[in-house]
Design a protein around this ligand. Sequence first.
Ligand code: FES
Length: 176
Amino acid sequence: MEKDLNQEAMLNDIVSRLPAFGKERGNLIPILQMIHERHAFLHPDAIKMVGEYLEMAECEVYGVATFYNQFRFHPPGKHPIKVCLGTACHVRGSDIILENFERKLEIHEGETTPDLEFSIERVACVGCCALAPVAVVDETLHGHMAPSKVEGLILGFEIEKEKEEREKRRHESGQS
Ligand code: FES
């Protein structure tokens, strides 16, 4: 239910901001950027809405949006995971690190786990090449990544989540 309300609020926000842009096709990218900046991803309904506003087919809007790597099509997870695939990280096997995260979380890069806990994306050099391969999780940089570190990181979050849920249950049973 909460998700529906969020979605509605998001769509209302977009509707209220579209008139600031002219209806020329040249405004497609600025509109998509505005939506992405405010909501962190492009929801299918937002794509549809933009298509209607600019009188473009939905698939055309998708085509343009997917051409640019800057747009996400899924909401970011609570814990966003960014794996650097810049040259220094790549030569030190960051593609294997990316694969490890994907396998462990059962999603592909650009996607979000169904419980919205994690999302994975690839990024270009984050400026810490000496620590390659690098991953950024929740804004924390993890250098010299290895498959065992991937396991450890995810396990850490799972334990943390279990602890939070246990606390919540205890709190709820204490209140009743
Ligand atoms: S290439 Fe990954 S931090 Fe520079």
